[in-house]
Ligand binder design. Structure first.
Ligand code: HEM
Length: 367
């Protein structure tokens, strides 16, 4: 596959070398086009007057739409309308299918027609063209240094960052945190979330009744870190050698649950200290950074690491405030009623060892 046809994460080093500094300029912790305050204001606006919250897989998921809105502002300086956001979310779902199609069958005309591959590719190119123009306006100096072919690849990478790298992982983690809080199994797992809490007689994978978990604003950073450790949204990191050409797939999921690193309770949801996560976590490919420089051509650590952490934390902080948990008070048990949207087909909680995914609606409890 040519580099402009594959997703950015797997691109060759020659391409990565000029894309990476631009990604750092857009997303990075120092130069990035965001601040904690701007993310907080976005989350606050999202919850203002909100009566329902659609969570999960469907294109209409409110969580997804918020993530796409903020990431378009950060990547491109674009403020999408509600209709444009829904169109992007619908496109993202079909674009996501493409990366799951095995290379051996991708040229099969029946498969191509069944999956509407041509339509998705056409839409993809339309987004790339729009993003090229937006990037030229947003970053005139950086883009002037690129050839037209390089600009095309950069815009394609930004699309992948919006669709897959950032767009998929952030909404997945937010969905996981809310699934933990609003499902019986999640609540059972959270019974041992605070360190040194004795494990209940039943295992944490059963649907046993447990007291509602008293999540507080002070827990949010470690609650998010533990969710990313226990249910990593990005499963592998590909390590490439040029000579001899080899590719090694490192399982981040297994590393995040390695008892040799995390201890005997590696399989349980236990909020550890922030220092422990900073030392041991590899969920963002944290160690793949050259001389501590996020924008270095050879750095492969997630360039959106700090941004994604702030987004998820600020979303949950705004959720707590919108639920009446101000000034350090715990999340009230009955602030929201859990419901299912008839338009959202997936109701089953998928409790694989490494992931939990579900779709549901939280409706504000008027009583
Ligand atoms: C909890 C959320 C996130 C996690 C766990 C995560 C994790 C990762 C990991 C493990 C990689 C390395 C993958 C590889 O090279 O094989 C990666 C790369 C990347 N991530 Fe993230 N990510 C998250 C959120 C984000 C966000 C919000 C953005 C954009 C705003 C983003 C943009 C990227 C990009 C563009 C790359 C490719 C970087 C490169 O190849 O140099 N990620 N991410």
């Amino acid at each position: 596959m040519k580099s402009d046809q594959m997703i950015g994460l797997a691109q060759p080093q020659e391409t990565h070398a000029y894309v990476r500094p631009v990604l750092d300029r857009l997303l990075g912790p120092v130069k990035g086009n965001w601040t904690t305050e701007s993310v907080r204001a976005s989350a606050e606006a999202f919850f203002a007057g909100r009566e329902t919250l659609l969570v999960g897989k469907g294109a209409t998921s409110h969580v997804k739409l918020w993530v796409f809105k903020l990431l378009h502002q950060v990547h491109l300086g674009l403020d999408l309308t509600d209709d444009e956001l829904l169109a992007f979310s619908t496109f993202q779902a079909s674009n996501l299918i493409l990366i799951g199609v095995p290379e051996g069958v991708v040229s099969n005309t029946v498969v191509r027609a069944a999956l509407s591959i041509e339509t998705t590719l056409e839409q993809r190119q339309q987004y790339v063209d729009t993003y090229k123009a937006a990037l030229q306006k947003f970053l005139p100096v950086e883009t002037a240094a690129l050839t037209p072919a390089q600009l095309n690849i950069l815009a394609s990478n930004v699309l992948d960052s919006l669709c897959f790298a950032g767009g998929q992982s952030v909404q997945t983690v937010i969905t996981q945190t809310l699934t933990l809080l609003y499902s019986a199994r999640g609540q059972a797992m959270l019974a041992t979330a605070r360190p040194n809490t004795a494990a209940p007689a039943s295992t944490a994978t059963s649907d046993s009744a447990a007291p509602f978990f008293d999540l507080r604003a002070s827990d949010v950073p470690v609650f998010v870190m533990e969710t990313i450790r226990r249910f990593p949204p990005v499963s592998v990191f590909v390590y490439s050698e040029r000579s001899p050409p080899t590719r090694t797939f490192l399982s981040l999921q297994m590393a995040q649950r390695d008892p040799a690193a995390w201890g005997d309770d590696a399989d349980r949801f236990v909020m550890r200290s922030l220092a422990t996560y900073h030392q041991l976590s590899v969920g963002w490919a944290d160690k793949a950074i050259v001389d501590g420089d996020n924008g270095a051509p050879n750095s492969r650590v997630c360039p959106g690491k700090q941004l994604s952490f702030v987004m998820i934390c600020e979303f949950l902080n705004a959720f707590l405030r919108a639920s009446g948990a101000d000034a350090g008070a715990p999340l009230p048990e009955h602030a929201w009623i859990v419901d299912f949207d008839p338009k959202v087909k997936t109701r089953v909680v998928d409790w694989t060892g490494y992931g939990l995914s579900t779709s549901f609606v939280l409706r504000r409890n008027a009583s």
